[in-house]
Write a protein that binds this ligand. Structure first.
Ligand code: 8YV
Length: 330
């Protein structure tokens, strides 16, 4: 029988996924779930046939320069591939795959949760009873903002953007979007979504803005200080994509100065590090911060693991893996 490929997995995965990987591959699993040290990563790329990294592993050109002949596939456990220098990997003949599709609905749910949490002060309200600070109901206490009838601007109308649009429509939000390419008329019609060719113009008119595009060189600080300033002072911004898409410093300054009404952030520019100023803002009701939980469901993690396995198996059988990352996607 063929020798099983050595598959190095950098982080602990759900048990069912690890069990299946052990059956199919010579799987080197990370039992204690500490992120790999730089030395361990070097060792991994030197020896592995397949590397399964996550967002917490930086697979940059200097690491790839140390990769062994055997390393032919990087099967990312995650949709975003901004942790990997894909160009360099491809130029070295290493195939890269990701896990699209299986975390779409969960991430869109988290967008909605953040929109509701910020607009309706859910996180702040949830602290009142445990902290025993409730003096009783009042007509003017804990007032948030209605979302029904408001305008939502989605930046990036891919799978997650569209899944958010479906939810938003059901909540009575008017859906607007900006994307590099306009989506098909059929999709636009089904979502009752209005396309904005100009991101600037869309930002200036929205009550809620949600970031749902990938982080690539083209989207780094897409929401720059200048663009953030275009947003209405009473609008809110949510981000479940990547921190790097927003100029976090500029957003912090605007939140401090009340130039924007609120923010719901699941991702940060230098996560897990959070700036002291953001930390201070996070203690206020207008800002809801979550520790990168957008796709964190047990079902989603198992589905991601299954995708990784299918990508590895297909590749090892000599075929094109279904979720290849192509240069055109960067
Ligand atoms: C994970 C994600 O947190 O898939 C993504 O792009 O952000 C999340 O699913 C992480 O990236 C897994 O590597």
């Amino acid at each position: 029988s063929k020798k099983k490929p050595l598959v190095v997995v950098t982080r602990k995965l759900p048990d069912v996924v690890e069990t299946r990987m052990r059956e199919l591959f010579d799987a080197r699993l990370n039992v204690n779930d500490a992120p790999m040290s730089p030395g361990e990563l070097v060792e991994a790329v030197k020896t592995a046939d397949v590397l399964v990294p996550t967002i917490t592993d930086k697979i940059d050109s200097s690491l790839l320069a140390q990769a062994g002949e055997n390393l032919r596939l990087i099967a990312n456990f995650g949709n975003g591939v901004d942790n990997i220098d894909v160009q360099t990997a491809l130029s070295r003949g290493i195939t890269v795959t990701n896990t699209p599709g299986v975390l779409t609905e969960d991430t869109a749910d988290m967008c909605m949760a953040l929109i509701l949490a910020v607009a309706r002060r859910v996180a702040e309200g949830a602290r009142v009873i445990p902290e025993e600070t409730w003096n009783g109901w009042s007509p003017t206490w804990m007032l948030g903002h209605r979302i029904t009838g408001k305008r939502l601007g989605i930046v990036g109308m891919g799978r997650i953007g569209q899944a958010l649009a479906r939810r938003a429509k059901a909540f009575g939000l008017q859906v607007h979007y900006h994307n590099r390419r306009r989506v098909s008329p059929a999709i636009e019609e089904a979502l009752e979504a209005t396309y904005w060719d100009s991101l600037d113009q869309m930002l200036a008119r929205m009550d809620v803005v949600s970031v749902n595009c990938p982080h690539t060189p083209a989207t780094y600080h897409l929401l720059s200080a200048r663009r953030l300033k275009l947003m209405k002072p009473d609008s809110i911004l949510v981000n479940t994509a990547r921190g790097e898409i927003i100029d976090e410093n500029a957003l912090t300054r605007m939140l401090e100065a009340n130039e924007i009404a609120g923010a719901g952030l699941d991702v940060f520019e230098h996560e897990p590090a959070i700036s002291p100023r953001m930390l201070k803002l996070a203690r206020q009701h207008r800002i809801v911060v979550l520790p990168h939980m957008g796709s964190a469901t047990i079902e989603g993690r198992i589905d991601m693991g299954e995708k990784v396995i299918v990508n590895i198996k297909t590749f090892m059988d000599g075929h094109r893996p279904p979720d290849r990352v192509l240069p055109s996607m960067l």
